[in-house]
Design a protein around this ligand. Structure first.
Ligand code: ADP
Ligand code: MG
Length: 339
C-alpha cells in the first residue's frame, strides 16, 4: 500500500490511566536519572493497524528497536499471508496438492503449531479452512451465500488430518491429500507476528513493551509506576463501550463477529467458520483469550469461538484466561481471566 501512516509520539501516552501531563511523567523518575520515554508508533500492516509501545530510557535505541520490530512483522507477512502471491505460504498452497513442497523451518513451525492446536481443539481451529473462507468470500471481502451443493463440494477440502509433513529432522516437506486444499493462517498469523516483534524488541534490550496488531497483543515488563498494561477489549455486551483489564507479561487476543461479516435477511454471517459444518459460527459474538504467547491466544480465541462457551470453559478454562460473550450478550469468564 502506498499510504503509510507512521505516527510517532514520544514521551507518555494517553492510555496510561492516571497519568497527568508529559512533564509530570518525566519528573517521575529519581533526581538525576534519565526519565523513561514512552514511545509509540503505528503502521498499517497485516490488514490492520499495528501499534508498538515501548517504555525505556534510551529513546534513540528504542526508536531503532521499534523500526526493527516493524521490519520483522513485514517479514512474517511475507511468510504467512495468502493475500500476497509471493509469500512462502502462497507458494506452498499453489503446489502442495501436486507434490511435497520443502518448507522453511519457520513455516514448518507455524504449520506444526497450527496442527497441534487443531488436534487439541478437536478441529475447531483448523488452518486448512482456506477453501471454505474462500467460498464465503471472506478472504477478499467479496461476500456471498454458497449453495448446499457448493458446500458439499468444498467441505472435503478442509481438514487438518489431510496435511502431511514429512521430516527427516533437517528438512520438512509438506503435501495436501486433496487438490483444491489450501492453508489460511488468518486465525494465527497475527499472533505469531506479534510474538516475533516482541522477540526482536527483547534482543535489542527492550524490557517494557506492548505490541498490538488489531485484536492481538502481547506485553513484556510493566510500564513505569503501573502494575501492568491497561488493555481495552471490545465489549459487545456493553454496546460500544469497552472493558479495561490489566495485563502483566503475556498475550491477549479477541476474535469477534463484528469486523468481517455480512448480513442477508437480518442474519449475520461472520468470518469464523465451523470447519465441520462449513457454516459461519453463530451463537458467540466475541471470545477473548489470554495465554503466554500471542500465537496461542490468537489461535485458541478462534478455536474457542467455534467450540462455544460451554466446551471451551470446561475443557480449557484451567489452562487459559477465557472470556466469551454469547449471542444473548451473556458474559462468561474462566477463573484465569485477568481483572
Ligand atoms: P481476526 O483475523 O479478526 O483477528 P481471528 O483471529 O479469529 O480474527 O481469525 C479469523 C480468520 O481465521 C478468518 O478470517 C479466517 O481467515 C480464519 N478462520 C476462520 N475460521 C477458522 C477456523 N475455524 N480455524 C482457523 N482459522 C479460521
Ligand atoms: Mg485468531
Amino acid at each position: 500500500m502506498c499510504w503509510r501512516l507512521s505516527i510517532c509520539c514520544a514521551v507518555l501516552s494517553w492510555w496510561l490511566a492516571g497519568c497527568a501531563t508529559p512533564t509530570a511523567r518525566r519528573t517521575e523518575s529519581e533526581a538525576g536519572a534519565t526519565p523513561v520515554a514512552m514511545v509509540q508508533r503505528s503502521q498499517p500492516l497485516l490488514g490492520t493497524f499495528v501499534t508498538i509501545t515501548v517504555a525505556e530510557r534510551d529513546e534513540e535505541r528504542t526508536q531503532e528497536a521499534i523500526s526493527a520490530a516493524f521490519e520483522e512483522i513485514r517479514r512474517i507477512d511475507l511468510l504467512l499471508s495468502i493475500h500476497k502471491t509471493n509469500s512462502e505460504t502462497a507458494r506452498l498452497n499453489a503446489s502442495a496438492a501436486t507434490k511435497p513442497v520443502e518448507v522453511s523451518p519457520e513455516l514448518n513451525f507455524v504449520l506444526s503449531k497450527s496442527l497441534d492446536i487443531a488436534r487439541r481443539t478437536d478441529g475447531a481451529f483448523d488452518a486448512t479452512i482456506g477453501p471454505l473462507a474462500q467460498l464465503w468470500g471472506f478472504i477478499w471481502k467479496e461476500y456471498r451465500l454458497p449453495s448446499e451443493v457448493e458446500l458439499e463440494r468444498v467441505l472435503p477440502l478442509v481438514g487438518y488430518r489431510k496435511v502431511v509433513i514429512e521430516t527427516n529432522g533437517v528438512t520438512a516437506r509438506v503435501s495436501f491429500a486433496r487438490a483444491g486444499m489450501f492453508l489460511d493462517f488468518g486465525g494465527i498469523g497475527k499472533g505469531y507476528a506479534v510474538d516475533r516483534a516482541i522477540e526482536i524488541l527483547r534482543e535489542r534490550g527492550v524490557t517494557k513493551a506492548m505490541v498490538k496488531a488489531g485484536g492481538d497483543l502481547r506485553v513484556i515488563g510493566t510500564p513505569p509506576g503501573k502494575n501492568g498494561w491497561e488493555v481495552q477489549i471490545e465489549d459487545p455486551a456493553k454496546r460500544g463501550k469497552r472493558t479495561t483489564i490489566v495485563l502483566r507479561e503475556g498475550a491477549l487476543s479477541t476474535s469477534g463477529n463484528y469486523e468481517n461479516f455480512f448480513e442477508v435477511d437480518g442474519r449475520r454471517y461472520s468470518h469464523i467458520i465451523d470447519p465441520r459444518s462449513g457454516m459461519p459460527v453463530e451463537g458467540v459474538v466475541s471470545c477473548t483469550v489470554t495465554a503466554q504467547t500471542c500465537l496461542e491466544s490468537d489461535a485458541y480465541a478462534t478455536g474457542f469461538f467455534v467450540m462455544g462457551a460451554e466446551r471451551a470453559l470446561t475443557e480449557f478454562g484451567d489452562e487459559f484466561g477465557i472470556r466469551i460473550v454469547d449471542a444473548n450478550l451473556r458474559v462468561r469468564e474462566s477463573a484465569k481471566f485477568p481483572k
